[in-house]
Design a binder for this molecule. Structure first.
Ligand SMILES: O=P(O)(O)OC[C@H]1O[C@@H](O)[C@H](O)[C@@H](O)[C@@H]1O
Length: 550
């Protein structure tokens, strides 16, 4: 069935009725009381990983859903042709139609020997050749056989990139720190704020530093400026531009600009335009990851994502974990009116995971025009946010528990800690908080319970928790390269499914362009003499204040 607005689909209408008649009256406590098999029925296990990495368990039972809700949501996905778009994606079709490109990052982690074609051409030989280059390079750096211009091995890696050329490498190297090379210093410079680069360079020695200039387009203003300043810093000591070849590598699709910058094409790690920035940690953009955790671990990371890809591609929607997570999220966004989605990893190493997911989800689905060119009349991209537990419990969880907003949440934890200190006491405490939070959100606390604890009458309402607040619990065996790869891929497919149902193009990002263009204009005005007067009064006032100072 062809459609423009998802809200015109029969299943959408059915869900609207279901919400009015059933959904908004659901009480989680009662649902569990009535059905002793609810947990079993609404939880799923992802078994695609090796024994040391998996499985990953997904509990959807603490959601405001019934089996009927799931049925209707799956029907919505079918009517929205999620399966068709999925097949087109894996077929290498140009489903990013606004930019005329395929969406083919799964090819980067296709560790099978199966071909994957774009425009009739198998991309796998190219993918494998870049991986081979990454392996040789990372082995040489890690073993110390690669020497800097004075003959010393590399000690510090500075990745200069922003957005997708930064968030993935930062998040993954942090999440996989236990696998990292202990004596390798990693720095990530993304912000154009000179502080970011200055602070990194303060800790580096030009003789032992390798710069990775990570930019898909190699035209991003922040990255090009930071890269140029880094090169100037390097040459102020190394003097001879020939030494750049030992200390600068480029991760990019744009050979022309890379060469113009002065980086040897032998030190260029390429990828293709069918890799979106926010899906690029699997590509050459992941070189800092491979350098830090070693190529074998990087390959395991790809393998975990590949396993999730195969699962998503072949599992019927009724059972398909990422599809179900996306559909439940749509249920809250579009029928309950939830605006945000919280992700709370109970794993300190994963502290950048929510930030990474913000780009993945919000840059992908922050769109209001359907694939047919109409303005949607329903909510799309949710505001994704989060911080690790237990810290988040001691700050914003107050609002999640007792505020006025419905905040669906993902709670994530591994069973096995990398640091089972004090006889694993810390991890047991971490897990107890993980479990207690989702329980508290669901059960709440009735006025009678508060009163029974001896609270004064006027205090009872303040200590009452309404409860009935939904959450997903995700339990990994351990955060390993493979399980992290699978988790990221899970969220990619959640994002994909949401975008497919909303019928938007999740793969362009025109929304970031306008600000970039205007900033260029303001910069030229900052460099020119005199006051500006060709903006609105507020913008004129701010620019002139910066020019003249207080
Ligand atoms: O890798 P590049 O080309 O420097 O781009 C970095 C980022 O630039 C941003 O403007 C885009 O919105 C992101 O999607 C992208 O990841």
């Amino acid at each position: 069935m062809s459609f423009s607005l998802a809200s015109t689909l029969p299943a959408w209408q059915a869900l609207q009725n279901h919400y009015e008649n059933v959904g908004k009256h659901l009480v989680l406590r009662d649902l569990f009381d009535k059905d002793s098999s609810r947990f079993n029925k609404l939880s799923h296990t992802f078994n695609g990983l090796k024994e040391e990495d998996g499985p990953i368990f997904f509990d959807f039972s603490k959601n405001l859903i019934t089996e009927e809700t799931v049925k209707l949501l799956v029907q919505l996905a079918k009517e929205a042709n999620v399966e068709g778009l999925r097949d087109s994606l894996f077929n290498g079709d140009h489903i990013n139609f606004t930019e005329g490109r395929a969406v083919y990052h799964p090819a980067l982690r296709n560790l099978s020997d199966k071909p994957m074609k774009v425009n009739g051409e198998d991309v796998m030989p190219g993918v494998r050749s870049v991986l081979k280059h990454m392996k040789e390079f990372s082995d040489a750096i890690r073993s110390g056989t690669w020497k800097g211009y004075t003959g010393k091995p590399i000690k510090s890696i500075v990745n200069i990139g922003i957005g997708g050329s930064d968030l993935g490498p930062v998040m993954v190297t942090e999440a996989l720190k236990p696998y990292g090379k202990q004596d390798m210093e990693l720095h990530f410079v993304s912000n154009i704020d000179g502080t970011h680069l200055a602070e990194a360079l303060n800790k580096c020695d030009p003789e032992t530093t390798l710069f990775l200039i990570a930019s898909k387009t190699f035209t991003t203003a922040e990255t090009c400026t930071n890269a140029q300043s880094a090169k100037d810093w390097f040459l102020s000591q190394a003097k001879d531009p020939a030494h750049v070849a030992k200390h600068f590598a480029a991760l990019s699709t744009n050979e022309k600009e890379v060469t113009a910058f002065g980086i040897d094409s032998a030190n260029m790690f390429e990828f293709s335009d069918w890799v979106g920035g926010r899906y690029s940690v699997w590509s050459a953009i992941g070189l800092s990851v491979a350098l830090y955790i070693g190529f074998e671990n990087f390959e395991a990371f790809l393998g975990g994502a590949h396993a999730m890809d195969n699962y998503f591609r072949s599992t019927p929607l009724e059972e398909n974990i990422p599809a179900l997570a996306a559909l439940i999220s749509i249920w809250y966004s579009d029928f309950f009116g939830a605006q945000t989605h919280l992700v709370a990893p109970y794993d300190q190493y994963m502290h950048r995971f929510p930030a990474y997911l913000q780009q993945l989800s919000m840059e992908s689905n922050g769109k209001a025009i359907t694939r047919s060119g109409d303005m949607v009349n329903y909510t799309t991209g949710k505001i994704l946010w989060g911080e690790p537990g237990t810290n988040s419990q001691h700050s914003f969880f107050q609002l999640v528990h007792q505020g006025t907003k419905l905040i669906p949440a993902d709670f994530l934890i591994p069973i096995e800690s990398h640091n089972p200190i004090d006889n694993n006491k810390h991890h047991r405490m971490l897990f107890s908080n993980f479990a207690a939070q989702t329980e508290a959100l669901m059960l709440g606390k009735t006025p009678a319970e508060v009163k029974a604890e001896g609270a004064a009458d006027e205090i009872v309402p303040h200590k009452t928790f309404v409860g009935n607040r939904p959450s997903n619990s995700i339990i990994a065996k351990k955060i390993t390269p493979a399980s992290l790869g699978a988790l990221i891929s899970f969220y990619e497919w959640v994002t994909f499914t949401e975008g497919a149902v909303w019928n938007i193009n999740s793969f362009d990002q025109f929304g970031v362009e306008l600000g970039k263009k205007l900033a260029k204009n303001v910069l030229s005005q900052l460099d020119a003499e005199g006051k500006v007067n060709d903006h609105d009064a507020s913008t004129n006032g701010l620019i002139n204040l910066f020019k003249t100072g207080f």
